[in-house]
Design a protein around this ligand. Structure first.
Ligand code: GTP
Ligand code: ZN
Length: 344
């Protein structure tokens, strides 16, 4: 994010908004504290956040007698920012509602920049990022690499899903095979589907089972269609979200967790679908190319740009064939885009 010079009035406005936010949080904590003091609350039980609404979260019970039941909960003060996918401890109120009293450490978390460019978590405990690409619009290697790097950076294993396989013919088969071979050689899992012909769905379902996944990818590759097939009962919600987005209406970035009828959970929101296109640093970029990792730190110069420097370990690996030309060029292009003000 570029640093802007703010006018006095802007600074004053930002400070006021910040103050109001602190007061709101305080009040929220007070409500929760008040509830905790009353004897109206049941014993502690475990749950998972499936969505949040302003000052409250929706918690789904994971222990009897609350398994599968969602309860709107207030948050006890000082819990930090809780997001969809967080595992929590909560106490039910006698009639309805409850209070979240503790949270458990996340094994992964996805963040994205807020309006001020600060990274904020948006979802937690995700097992896989499904990078959706398609035969049409044509999949560009450096866009795929960008998604893979972003996933590697947050430590969540990515898989590649090639959708619209019904559109593969003699004109694009060879180039797609060639493209995907690079990723197969790097041990990335590839799943192939056609929503139009309902092909490859069983292997997709079995992959998604028992895990929490998110779907990301360029516009038009079929994310809504895939999610609509996987979650037939929430068809309307998905449609609504993409409808709004197409009209350019600002949609909430609140992520929601869905249980898939064939097993596994899916966390989705328009914001999450855009994951990967946010800011990454040059260092993260280098580390995000997994086959570069064994060579990092072995360049002759500490500030090596890995472009034409003598004694560059990355260039040596390229020469030896440990790094492919395709991935190296992709690295250079993304690096260039980061330099040009993070635009991609
Ligand atoms: N031929 C073919 N078309 C598909 C397939 N899956 C989706 N489509 C079509 O591709 C177009 C885009 O699909 P969407 O599901 O809206 O794609 P998206 O990735 O959600 O796009 P955004 O909402 O813009 O992010 C639609 O016209 C779909 O009907 C498929 O497997 N084969
Ligand atoms: Zn180097």
């Amino acid at each position: 994010m570029s640093k802007r010079k703010l006018t006095k009035q802007q600074t004053w406005r930002i400070e006021r908004i910040h103050k109001e936010r602190v007061e709101r949080t305080q009040k929220r904590g007070d409500i929760a504290e008040e509830l905790l003091q009353s004897s109206d609350l049941g014993p502690e039980t475990e749950g998972m956040i499936i969505s949040h609404f302003g000052t409250q979260v929706e918690v789904e019970g994971t222990q009897e007698p609350f398994i599968g039941i969602s309860t709107r909960c207030n948050l006890r003060a000082n819990l930090g920012q809780l997001v969809t996918g967080d595992k929590v401890v909560w106490r039910p109120k006698q009639n309805e509602g409850g209070v979240v009293v503790a949270t458990t450490p996340r094994h992964t978390s996805l963040s994205r920049p807020d309006m001020h460019g600060r990274l904020k978590p948006v979802a937690a405990n995700i097992d896989h990022i499904v990078v959706v690409i398609a035969a049409e619009p044509v999949a560009h290697a450096n866009l795929i690499d960008r998604y893979l790097v972003a996933a590697e950076t947050v430590g969540i294993p990515p898989v590649i899903l090639l959708n619209k396989c019904d559109l593969i013919d003699d004109s694009n088969q060879a180039s797609l095979d060639n493209l995907l071979k690079t990723y197969e050689d790097l041990n990335y899992k590839i799943i192939r589907t056609s929503i139009k012909h309902q092909e490859g769905m069983e292997s997709l379902y079995s992959f998604l089972q028992d895990k929490t996944s998110v779907f990301v990818g360029q516009s038009g590759v079929g994310k809504s269609s895939l999610i609509g097939t996987i979650l037939p009962d929430i068809d309307i919600t998905v449609g609504e979200l993409s409808q709004k987005r197409k009209k350019g209406v600002h949609t909430t970035t609140t992520a929601r967790l869905f249980h898939m009828p064939k097993g596994g959970d899916l966390i989705d929101s328009p914001g999450i679908r855009e994951f990967g296109l946010w800011h990454i640093s040059e260092e993260e970029l280098l580390n995000g190319f997994i086959e570069f990792q064994p060579h990092i730190g072995y360049c002759r110069f500490r500030d090596c740009a890995h472009e034409k420097e003598p004694g560059c370990a990355i260039l040596e690996a390229l020469e030896k064939g440990d790094i492919t030309e395709h991935r190296f060029q992709s690295f250079l292009r993304i690096k260039q885009s980061i330099r040009e003000n993070h635009a991609f």
